[in-house]
Design a protein around this ligand. Structure first.
Ligand code: GAL
Length: 421
């Protein structure tokens, strides 16, 4: 009898333990803190704040610490995160791009918790496109919760300004080169550029136009060398494009380059569609009237994408609070509160498009029909090692404008970082 009782107790305890590790706690029971680490500071903050508000409403006893490190595309945040992760002080949850930035860095280093149980528990196994799940997963697990899909290859302009200057939005770089000198003569910067990461951002759009989507993919699967004739062509075209950018680029934030377009100091700016969030949420401009957009010249029919996601690092101080956070990010309500403000589309396949503006509706339609390729500048195609080395190659090119030398240096770093043989 005693033995039987013991066995029952043991089974019950084991069940509780199982439940404890694999399910989320009741929202009302949650307390303590939740530190969310990202680079969505200042003008980039409203969409994140909408999520935090929803979280706080559902979990009133949790104190949310919104830890941001300013700097577009995470230029500064990623370095701070690295120090904290390596120092054994991970934030509860942090922003990370789906793709190699996540898998080739934190997953490879065994610093993340597998979220498969949470995906199952929240009914998320089929909520996202297959291609995206492949980017946040490995054979061993699913490693982050995606919050959005951003498009990288977009060019922004103000329709009224183009009309005033008597030009149309080009569809190819040749068309751009035909109107750029005329704009310059009028004292208008043809293409606004900001600090160096935005040069990487511009490069990926230009390279896609130069080599096409198949070759773009082939660069990342190691089938096409960066110093091939196609690779050199990308740098040559990029060099030509740079001739029509502003001299003070390196001192500007991405928002300041967008402002140049809004203020009529520049005609175009190539930026991801967080610019749509900035233009509509912060600047209160109406899509289609206050600002216009097109696929970056020569890339129509291609959707260069990236996705922001959040993960659960091993050793996160407030694990249960993180699970509630990640569940919210993956939910339809969370996603449709965040993305309309952010400029991105939902990562879920069932989002409520009536909540989105005309820009997002057009991005969503393109995502459904375009050729999808991954972004280099925002973590999809290459690991951090390559990204850091690529920044140095870019620095070199911005000074030397030597396409052959840049292509050869890019090939060397591709070999070093195991992208190319
Ligand atoms: C990207 C990120 C976007 C946006 C942008 C500018 O890397 O995915 O969500 O924040 O940087 O900072």
């Amino acid at each position: 009898m005693k033995r039987q009782l013991l066995a029952v107790c043991f089974a019950f305890a084991a069940m509780l333990m199982l439940v404890g590790v694999s399910t989320t706690a009741n929202a009302k029971d949650l307390s303590g803190q939740l530190e969310i680490f990202s680079w969505w500071a200042g003008d980039e903050g409203p969409a994140l704040q909408a999520l935090i508000d929803l979280y706080s409403k559902a979990n009133p006893n949790v104190e949310v610490v919104n830890a941001t490190v300013t700097g577009g595309s995470g230029v500064n945040a990623k370095a701070v995160l690295k120090t904290r992760m390596l120092g054994g002080e991970p934030p509860d949850s942090f922003q990370v791009h789906a793709g190699q930035e996540l898998i080739g860095t934190w997953v490879e280093a065994d610093r993340m918790e597998d979220l498969t149980f949470l995906f199952k528990e929240q009914g998320l196994m089929d909520a996202f496109p297959d291609g995206l799940v492949k980017l946040i997963g490995t054979d061993e697990g699913i490693w982050s919760m995606p919050v959005n899909i951003h498009r990288s290859n977009v060019v922004w302009y103000v329709p009224g300004n183009l009309e005033k200057w008597g030009v149309k939005a080009p569809t190819s770089w040749d068309e751009f080169f035909a109107i750029a000198p005329k704009l310059k003569e009028k004292g208008i910067v043809p293409l606004a550029l900001a600090q160096n990461w935005t040069a990487n951002h511009l490069w990926e759009s230009v390279a896609l136009a130069a080599v096409g989507p198949d070759n773009w993919d082939a660069l990342w699967s190691g089938k096409l060398a960066f110093d091939s004739p196609e690779g050199v062509k990308a740098w040559e075209l990029f060099g030509k494009v740079l001739e029509y950018t502003n001299d003070d680029a390196s001192s500007l934030s991405w928002q300041q380059a967008t402002d140049m377009v809004v203020d009529g100091r520049a005609a175009f700016n190539v930026m991801g569609d967080w610019a749509a969030g900035y233009l509509s949420t912060t600047k209160k401009l109406v899509p289609g009237k206050g600002f216009g957009w097109a696929a970056t010249f020569g890339t129509d029919g291609n959707f260069m994408f990236l996705a922001d996601s959040f993960g659960l690092p091993k050793g996160a101080p407030n694990r249960d609070n993180v699970l509630a956070w990640l569940s919210l990010l993956g939910s339809k309500d969370g996603s449709d509160a965040f993305n309309p403000l952010k400029g991105s589309i939902s990562a879920r396949t069932d989002s409520d498009l009536s909540k989105y503006n005309d820009y997002a509706k057009s991005a969503s339609a393109d995502f459904g029909k375009d050729i999808i390729v991954g972004s280099l500048a925002h973590g999809v195609t290459a690991n951090e090692g390559f990204m850091n080395d690529f920044a140095a190659v870019m620095e070199m090119f911005l000074k030397s404008r030597d396409a052959a030398a840049a292509a050869s240096a890019a090939q060397q770093i591709a070999v070093k970082n195991k992208i190319s043989m």
